[in-house]
Design a protein around this ligand. Sequence first.
Ligand code: PLP
Length: 459
Amino acid sequence: MDAGPPIHDLHYDDAPNVDAVPGPNSRALLERQREIDSSAVAYPEDIPVAFEEGKGATVRDADGNTFIDMFAGIGVLNVGHANPYVLEAVHEQADKMVHTVDFPSEARIELIEKLDEIAPGSLQGSNRVVFGGPTGSDAIEASIKLAKYNTDGTGLVAFRGGYHGATSGAMSITGNKKFKGHYTPLLSDVVHAPYPNPIEMDKSPEEAVDHALEEVQAIFEDPYGGLANPAGIFVEPIQGEGGVVVPPEGFLKGLRDVADDNDVPLVFDEIQSGLGRSGQWWASEWYDVTPDVMTTAKALGGTGFPLSATIYHEDLDTWGSGDHAGTYRGHVVAMRAGTRAIEYIQAHDLLAHARDLGEYIRGRLGEVAADNPRIVDVRGKGLFVGCEFVDSEGEPDGDAADAIQDYCFEHGVLVWKAGRHGNVLRLLPPLVLTHDLAETALDVIVDAIETVTAEPQRA
Ligand code: PLP
């Protein structure tokens, strides 16, 4: 398939190339934003910059500084910024038609067929796709409705450390209490079980899995388990915001069993972990467990267009016409872009590339961790990488992750953070990151870690 240029041709060739940041143009835009934009604006609080343009795994700010992008618009730009193979179809489609609600179009049917081609396990050939609103949260809402509709249940089982979005239903199944504290009551029948994070639980991987599964099983099967009328289990196969937590073997399989035994759908939120991020199309494939329902968004819009979808087993296709709705369920430009992005990943074998490059990145971080007690874990799959920091007392150290992010920014590398205490350095670069760019970025990140962890800690 002729699917655009090779990944080596996609990037600015001077990255990283950074003067003092933020430069004057960024400062001016940040100031103007502060005057008129919402106090809820968040990202510039961590990285004070105004971006101007991007190519591949590199971005330029308003002052011409060039950065290596190791967070990809928070896991959105899997085929890089301004991927020419994707943009070609975007321009073509945008000139013809942008919005079609859910009338049929080549763009819509092609994307649904493409999603079937890459669907995990037994969902392949036996699924349906529903488009609703454009965000990940919208797809989560759809999955909650679908589970309730099909089971007549009300109760939702979710997991501590999980993040599912900012709308009411999605917040209800999210773990972060601070995030939703002002908006209670949300959905009333939600129970959060432990997610097996061996580091946080101070348990072996097997113990962590056993403990989590016992809790989930009790919610369903203990007569005093508390949840009277369960509708489904909602889980990230790899937790993203929770700190790139990769559950040990056995957890997702165990959840599959509990869901089957109790006749409720197993719903995987693949919004952050899917579409190649983990080195498989879907993180669930690492565990050979197929969900009944899965959500996708972020990278689905191909080059940053907002588009989400809920993919579910055809047996659950019981809604009547119009039972799930949304004006923006027909963004055909985003759909074209999504299909092209999947084709680009296929044609350039980027799943294997993500696996190899992820190993390299974790290897470099692992070398630093070997003699640095401030790093307690380096983990992830593919290009979904977490590196967890503690202070000299062994307590979670969000300040270290902050300082590493600042150092990297000043040296031309954009990184992000995650974890309950903000103490996990999270890397989720475009899958088109080259080995050379990864090596340069890791040189900076390793310097950052060594510099920050050598400094005396703040009292
Ligand atoms: N689910 C997961 C796993 C996410 O990471 C996110 C966003 O980060 C969401 C759901 C919500 O997606 P959105 O922010 O597009 O509503």
